[in-house]
Design a protein around this ligand. Structure first.
Ligand code: GLV
Length: 381
């Protein structure tokens, strides 16, 4: 149930799951790590399972967003001499960073490499919901298609409608650009920070359209989240999950959205009150959702699976081969960097040098979220 690479390596690194590609394994082996990969056929490992994997001596762990990395695991890792943990994910709401700080454990995540892949899935869900692709697919496979009809699976045209983005960080901005450029949608966004590059992009694209005699697109930074919910036709959620964003979309907020709006969530399930959403979908058959994440993964709230106006996929937004291999690489390098005493990369928005397979990666940890709290040195590269 554990696959071992380079048994005589000096540092013991554990991965709680097999991960795509081999580069991450090779990079660790080349730097004298013994790599142990848990191959158990159990999707979600418990805290006890992981304590057993950590054992008595462990220098670092690469873990998954399904695992509960809190006080118990960080103290076990620290007792085993470990100083590094990396989530193979950009989100780290499964990690108690304060507990990690207490034990001096560096916590890595994997930004940058999944931006476009995740935005592409959000765009796919938007289109699937707008054009009722899953319903139509099921209809076809059930042998129900007996000829073209004017009213068959009529959905929404995106062109000229408004796309709303809540959380215009890396992924939200990439999604906004895809929808604005690809489908000529107008943009309204809400974020605590101004998304200057995104605004400039939409302005320039509007100029381009105007110069070509087409209707220009527009953008607006909303003063409140409710403004986005009220005005947009397609809304995609891209905040981090913390206590300020828990049930951000609740019964009251669903009620202010347009009756035919489309809501997409590729962030974290608890950002939406899923019970309220199921009720809203039942009451409003023209309201549609595309969901990649759920409040109690791997479960869906009762009733959701029966609703035709919901498209549901199993948390696969980052699941492209290139991205998943890159995430594995970044997670491994986060752990390796701490073990080797390398500095932390200065700009987690610019991680490309770590992903070039033709050259050795920089001697740095690509992204450590508690580097300041631990006083880790920052790379000058
Ligand atoms: C996936 O959900 C991630 O946070 O990377």
């Amino acid at each position: 149930m554990v696959q071992v690479w380079n048994p005589n390596g000096k540092y013991r690194v554990v991965s709680t799951k097999p991960m795509p590609g081999t580069r991450w394994i090779n990079l660790l082996i080349e730097q004298d790590c013994r790599v142990e990969i848990c191959t158990r056929q159990k999707t979600i490992l418990s805290v006890e399972d992981i304590i057993a994997l950590i054992g008595d001596k462990c220098d670092g762990v690469i873990g998954q967003l399904t695992e509960d990395w809190g006080e118990t695991l960080f103290s076990a890792l620290s007792r085993a001499g470990g100083k590094a943990f990396s989530n193979m994910a950009v989100g780290y709401n499964n990690v108690d960073v304060k507990a990690a700080n207490k034990y001096g454990v560096a916590v890595g995540n994997t930004p940058g490499v999944l931006t476009e892949t995740t935005a592409e899935l959000a765009a796919s869900l938007s289109l699937s919901a707008a054009r009722r692709i899953v319903e139509a697919d099921e209809f076809m496979r059930a042998g129900l298609y007996d000829g073209w009809l004017p009213n068959l699976f009529v959905g929404n045209l995106l062109k000229g409608q408004t796309v709303g983005v809540i959380g215009a960080g890396r992924i939200g901005s990439a999604y906004a650009r895809m929808m604005v450029e690809g489908f000529k949608m107008n943009l309204i966004y809400y974020d605590l920070y101004q998304a200057t590059r995104l605004e400039k992009f939409v302005t320039a694209y509007a100029e381009f359209l105007k110069a070509n005699g087409e209707q220009p697109v527009t953008w607006k930074r909303a003063a409140s989240m409710d403004e986005v919910l009220r005005e947009a036709d397609v809304i995609s959620l891209h905040p981090i999950l913390d206590k300020t964003t828990y049930h951000l979309v609740n019964k009251e907020r669903l009620a202010i959205m347009k009756k035919e709006a489309i809501l997409v969530n590729c962030s974290r399930g608890p950002v939406i009150d899923e019970v309220a959403l199921v009720e809203h979908l039942k009451q409003n058959p023209m309201f549609r959702v595309g969901l990649d994440v759920f409040e109690d993964e791997p479960y869906m709230k009762p009733g959701l699976a029966d609703l035709k106006n919901a498209v549901v996929v199993p948390h696969i937004a980052s699941a492209s081969k290139w991205t998943r291999e890159g995430m594995a690489t970044l997670a491994a390098l986060n752990v390796l960097g701490k073990i080797k005493g390398y500095p932390v990369w200065s700009d987690p928005n610019r991680i490309e040098p770590f992903l070039n397979e033709n050259v050795p990666p920089p001697a740095a940890s690509p992204s450590i979220v508690n580097s300041k709290a631990l006083g880790l040195p920052v790379s000058k590269l």
